[in-house]
Design a protein around this ligand. Sequence first.
Ligand code: PEP
Ligand code: MG
Length: 323
Amino acid sequence: QKEIWAQLKDEPTVSKEGEHVELVANIGTPEDVEGVINNGGEGVGLYRTEFLYMGKSDFPTEEEQFDAYKAVLEQMEDKPVVVRTLDIGGDKELSYLDLPDEMNPFLGFRAIRLCLERDDIFRTQLRALLRASTYGNLKIMFPMIATLNEFREAKSILLEEKDKLKEEGHDVSDDIEVGIMVEIPSTAVIARQFAKEVDFFSIGTNDLIQYTMAADRMNEQVSYLYQPYHPAILNLVNNVIEAAHAEGKWAGMCGEMAGDSIAIPILLGLGLDEFSMSATSILPARTQIKDLSKEELASYKDEILSMSTAEEVEAFVREKTDQ
Ligand code: PEP
Ligand code: MG
């Protein structure tokens, strides 16, 4: 097994009939990049920037952030690096940021909601990202987008900072794709409208499942409802992929589901373009995909999407893929 993995390390990820999909990694710090490269990652699909802000006594400066982003981009060379802007709040708190006590923190003041309100924090991060953009293949992604207006506002702040930097004489790339995480059902439902304005989608299933099933992702007592293969989730995922493709955009996934061996055949059949997972899952996933026919899996799409339960979906996939 380890030998097959080693052989595939520097190979692209292709299905049985030779269709390419991208296998990329989730990272939290520049130190994680080594693992991505050693495991044959084709890029970074989710750089969670929260770690830069955590375990400190104050916000990271523009310079500190610039150094971190530049380090990741340089090490990844021309491979894509999707950086997610700050996703704080909810379960992730900062000692130096006084957040209100909330009844429902996961439904509260977090991520893009906080960044649009505290745009001083947001602008510092965007400036650091824009300045780092000339060192590699940067894509910027906004978390927890629930409405098109949030996306429009975030993007216009980004463009304002870009103009300012250029006026100040900085070099900024003109090829930065700007996309969103799809982790709130409202956005998955009207993905078609979003697809006209974003450059890409990355489906955050960790939260999308929690919000769709109304089941706290940390609560053991309701974990039975946390069902990645639930047809409601699969229909939302399919809606996002179809919407992206209708507008010539790409759709990825950066939740845990993207590295799951039952989910992978389903997602391949639905036409997902990019799978972002922990670095150590990349070679096992590439090995699995090499033996899967995308065309065959695509032919099961309507049948899977009309199933009634997660159990039914799982049993079907196991049977078709000998798992
Ligand atoms: C997600 O919600 O699926 C995701 C990738 O983001 P996080 O796990 O950081 O909330
Ligand atoms: Mg999330």
